[in-house]
Design a protein around this ligand. Sequence first.
Ligand SMILES: Cc1ncc(COP(=O)(O)O)c(C=O)c1O
Length: 404
Amino acid sequence: MSDLQERLEDLRDRGLYRRMRLVSGPQGPTVLLDGRPVLLLCSNNYLGLADHPRVREAAADAAMRWGCGAGASRLVSGNMTVHRRLEEALADFKRAEACLLFGSGYLANAGIVAALAQEGDVVFSDELNHASIVDGCRLSRARTFVYDHRDMEHLEWGLREAEGRGSLIVTDGVFSMDGDVAPLDRIVELAGRYDARVMVDEAHATGAIGPGGRGTVAAAGLEGEVDVVVGTLGKALGSYGAFACCDAQMARYLINTARTLIFSTGLPPPAAAGAMAALALLREQPDRVDKLQRNGRVLREALALEGVDTRGSETQIVPLVIGDARAAVAACDEALGAGVFAQAIRPPTVAEGTSRLRLAVMASHTKAELRAAARTLASAARPAIAARAPARPARFYDDLAEAA
Ligand SMILES: Cc1ncc(COP(=O)(O)O)c(C=O)c1O
């Protein structure tokens, strides 16, 4: 057996083997998955814009006008009018002085964290931050202090210990696997007190939360007080790519130091134009955001009726935590058999013992679809949840006496 085969077998033994399923057609509320029609409950096409006629047309027109690819890094010859226009539109939307496009959210996070944190610095990162932030921390030569999820006492303790070396606090705005929201007011306050910068990743917040879908920073009334706000174009904005909103000096700094921007081809013109059309739709039709939020509530309430604890989710992302990786895959397959597709998410995407079905609603789902899906998912997950070890360890009087 080759070493690669051995590693694959090991992943299989631990219930961590991954394969790609095939979706035919666009990312609608229902899709053909591996040839079968299913309700799609794990796409980030939150507002249903990826296949909107105006978005498709804008992308197609851009391909005819500017071609398919940017041809080079934006620092060489790949900086095109369509990029500049989209940056201006996004800066206006996010009420920022400047905006800088990146190839993807992964590239934005990895590049920006590594550019802002240097050797000798300490970066503070929430334990549930996205992998691209984790990789940015690894790429930087700084030390990373991982604070307990949303735990501001832990963060403050770390900032105090860093004694002035704390350069950057970085957090997801909406956490991608849990659907809860970062305590941004406290983070900004601590950053001010300990003289650190703040970076917020709004990948799942842009178009989904806050006034007009402007994100968690806007929802917290903190526009202009966060050093870098990252957003992605591949989720609510239905296209591909990412952006960072910041002040003009920060944008100049990133153009000069963010390696994932400098050493990578500019965004394809159709992706940029598609995102611009989606942004225009979001601004014209803010009720799409309201509908998304309502659908999130409908799913959470329907799951609660089935006895499922959706933890601290407040958004369109709703975790159905199962625990064991194999059990999560079994629950996913069971739900699929009943026509609902919610992918099983396992380590290293989530912590050991917290494998789950990560449910993502879209504005285009109907209430009836979501309520029926909640019943299907709860019954698929119930055996695994029931078999889970009790959360609290047994305690006996003898042990307690000994401890005393
Ligand atoms: C919180 C978060 N940040 C960043 C990314 C990466 O974005 P992209 O898919 O554009 O690379 C994701 C994507 O899954 C995400 O969930």
